[in-house]
Design a protein around this ligand. Sequence first.
Ligand SMILES: Cc1cc2nc3c(=O)[nH]c(=O)nc-3n(C[C@H](O)[C@H](O)[C@H](O)COP(=O)(O)OP(=O)(O)OC[C@H]3O[C@@H](n4cnc5c(N)ncnc54)[C@H](O)[C@@H]3O)c2cc1C
Ligand code: SF4
Length: 335
Amino acid sequence: MKEKILIIGGGAAGMEAASQLYKMGLHPVIIEKSEALGGHIAQWDRLFPAFHPAKDVVEKMLDDVKGVDVRLETEVVDIQRDNNGFHAVLSNNEKLDVQAVVLATGFDVFKAERKQEYGYGIYNNVITNAELEQFFRTGKDERINHPKRIGFVHCVGARDVKVCNTYCSKVCCATALKQACEVKEVFPDAEVYTFYMDLRMFGPGYEDLYLKTQKDFDVKCVRGRVCEVSENMDGKLVIKAEDTLFGKPLKMTLDLLVLMCSMEKNKSINAIQQKLGVADNSDGFMQSKDTYLGMNETAQEGVFVAGACTAPKSLPDTIAEARAVAVEVFNYINR
Ligand SMILES: Cc1cc2nc3c(=O)[nH]c(=O)nc-3n(C[C@H](O)[C@H](O)[C@H](O)COP(=O)(O)OP(=O)(O)OC[C@H]3O[C@@H](n4cnc5c(N)ncnc54)[C@H](O)[C@@H]3O)c2cc1C
Ligand code: SF4
């Protein structure tokens, strides 16, 4: 009998880990709580840095997991360690005996309402990065009505002690610049501004994206944090910020404001995580065993982690981790 590996979460991390384990001759079982595999990337339109259609990546990954055991709209409701590994009970009452567990439950997008000063949920034309992706995918959002002036606010729910998220969410600078180019493609006459604290463009091709944003799309990057958003009598947004390069306060009217919301750990797994004895780190994500040599392991033998459940990360980093976790699990099973 092939060894069974329980993979909780069927996003990029879970799918890639499953596909690799399957190729290694093991028996991965993906438990996905939503009605489809793909996770967040299935909700994005084009990916930074190269504007690659997310749909193509998802389709390739779906192809790679053909043959893998998948349970959709299912969650793990109980899990106990036993002599041979773990005994899991699923929400469909199925019982599974597995030799190892991979937690790949990813992230949630920060709830923009928590930063009240940006007016999300109060003013109609304040939207989030995730909602703008949805607009690019479907062309539909009644709040986006031929805007003439558009602003992007970086670091919403990140690098912010007030919401207890002091970490950098890593992908939102690149997402903001990619989306700034994309809104210019849809609304070429619009003026587009991004308000940033620092631009963290850390990966291959990212600096080119930064230059392209300014040279080809004339996006204006303003170093300064937006501190207040209100609405005037004409229904336009009025933002107050400080331009920290020129040392001047700044006031501007906008037709659309996009909040670059951070990534937070998906908390729907907390109860199972607790049963498995896997702790969170100081950023509220799952704690790896070691920062350098044990990134995909946890302090609990036989329990592994991959993808955005341990920290905000890009898709290439997620996939690299998922491949690494497959090797760790393979070595663990054959120890
Ligand atoms: C707005 C935005 C845009 C982005 N754009 C890009 C980009 O252009 N390029 C790029 O490289 N990266 C981008 N990223 C990052 C990218 O989305 C992540 O790297 C990737 O989604 C991480 O995959 P994951 O599988 O770890 O997590 P997720 O995508 O969150 O997948 C987790 C899966 O687990 C499932 N799950 C959760 N809890 C449970 C549970 N209890 N039981 C069962 N299943 C569960 C979820 O339903 C989901 O299917 C972006 C991120 C954001 C926020
Ligand atoms: S990646 Fe950029 S926008 Fe996101 S938290 Fe870090 S500095 Fe802020």
